[in-house]
Design a binder for this molecule. Structure first.
Ligand SMILES: [Zn+2]
Length: 406
């Protein structure tokens, strides 16, 4: 039974499941791969209509999200704002792009059973966008809603690194007290405690070409040097806790097999748990490049970067999480905790800008970024109720936020 402290609009959310599931099916069937301009435009038209209708009092801004080389020209983010003068301000966000491009074989949603929808972006994160929508709709009908002003930020480029919209998150983080990132919950129902920061590397080995059969041989094999580097680099995470490294691809040499190759190049995925891990990690890679380069008489160049800073757990998040769990219990969600995630999200930018947020609070599902992606549809209304009740208690003054810079 729903406790009496749950307002009727929130208690009524589970009854919306069939309607929310139909909306999810419709949105999943719109291809909005990060590179598919026409599909992103169709998706943004849907979002504009649905969110404007749901929140007629909110202002809408269409924000250009161009990022040459990353986003198709002309893509936009949507920003809805309501009650910007209210004492408490919260940011709610989600991305509407997916990893499935127009050429992907995975294009349509299908029901696996009465409550499970398989389809592109059903959990990551069109289901999250619907959770956000339903949560705010229910919250708006609660008695103290006037105490909280909100901003919804819907973006087209999370899956390719948020190159065209990261400044909107940074800017939004300044004017809010708390944030909500509707990325999917873990399949267990757990949410995100912290996330790794993500980056990469391009490692280029420049050797010396020579005839392979020359005796003695003054050629210097770039592939062998780069291979030695890759094998040694792969061992760094065992020495430096908190970092991850993946040798993702490698190329080099020429077609002729009687040539000592003078060129080889590899791309790496790099991740760190804390910003302070970065320095030692990068220094280790650079030292390795120098040492192995010297041993092979091959010049090894390193280009290293972090694209998203890590999302570290914020003390305000730790202070409020028990209240978020209590709200979940009161709306009938089975107990969950929060966990560290290796993957990044826009919560990384929000957290790095100093705004505490709950991340991974969207619906439950699994197998993201594959044709097996599915969403447990009733968890959309359940997670929306969790967020709406938490917001209601914040608005009612039952939950107190620590001061913004405290
Ligand atoms: Zn996502």
């Amino acid at each position: 039974m729903t406790p009496p402290s749950v307002p009727p609009s929130i208690a009524a959310l589970p009854a919306r499941t069939p309607e929310l599931g139909a909306l999810l099916e419709r949105w999943s069937n719109i291809n909005s791969g990060s590179g598919h301009f026409a599909g992103l435009t169709r998706m943004v038209a849907e979002l504009r209509t649905v969110f404007s209708t749901a929140f007629p009092a909110a202002t809408l801004e269409e924000l250009p999200a161009d990022a040459p080389g990353y986003n198709p020209p002309g893509v936009i983010a949507l920003r809805f704002r309501c009650r910007p003068a209210a004492p408490l301000q919260v940011l709610l966000c989600g991305h509407y792009d997916t990893v499935y491009e127009a050429t992907d074989a995975f294009q349509t949603a299908r029901w696996l059973d009465a409550t499970t929808l398989n389809g592109p972006g059903v959990t990551d994160m069109k289901g999250g966008l619907i959770t956000l929508l339903a949560a705010l709709q229910a919250f708006e009908a609660t008695p103290h809603a006037a105490q909280i002003g909100w901003e919804i930020l819907l973006t087209p480029d999370e899956e390719t690194g948020t190159h065209g919209t990261r400044h909107f998150f940074k800017e939004a983080a300044e004017r809010h007290h708390f944030g909500f990132v509707f990325e999917p919950a873990r399949p267990s129902g757990d949410i995100i405690h912290s996330r790794k920061g993500t980056g990469g590397a391009v490692i280029t080995a420049h050797g010396r070409a020579a005839h392979a059969a020359k005796i003695p041989n003054d050629g210097r094999n770039a592939i062998l040097a780069l291979s030695a580097f890759a094998l040694a680099a792969a061992k760094i995470p065992a020495e430096l806790p908190g970092v991850l490294l993946n040798v993702a691809n490698i190329k080099g040499g020429v077609a002729a097999t009687n040539v000592v190759p003078d060129f080889a190049q590899a791309e790496l995925d790099l991740r760190v748990t804390k910003m302070t891990d970065r320095e030692a990690f990068f220094a280790r890679l650079e030292t390795l490049a120098r040492e192995i380069g010297a041993a092979h008489e091959v010049r090894i160049e390193t280009k290293l970067w972090l694209n998203r800073p890590p999302k570290e757990n914020h003390p305000t998040e730790a202070a409020l999480f028990p209240e978020f769990q209590r709200a979940a219990t009161d709306v009938g969600i089975k107990p969950f905790t929060w966990v560290h995630g290796g993957g990044a999200s826009d919560g990384n930018f929000i957290g790095a800008a100093g705004l505490p947020c709950f991340d991974g609070i969207g619906p439950e599902g699994d197998h993201l970024h594959s044709a097996r992606e599915y969403c447990r549809v009733p968890t959309i209304a359940a997670r929306a109720a969790n967020v709406a009740l938490f917001l209601h208690r914040l608005a009612a003054g039952e939950i107190k936020l620590p001061p913004r810079n405290g």
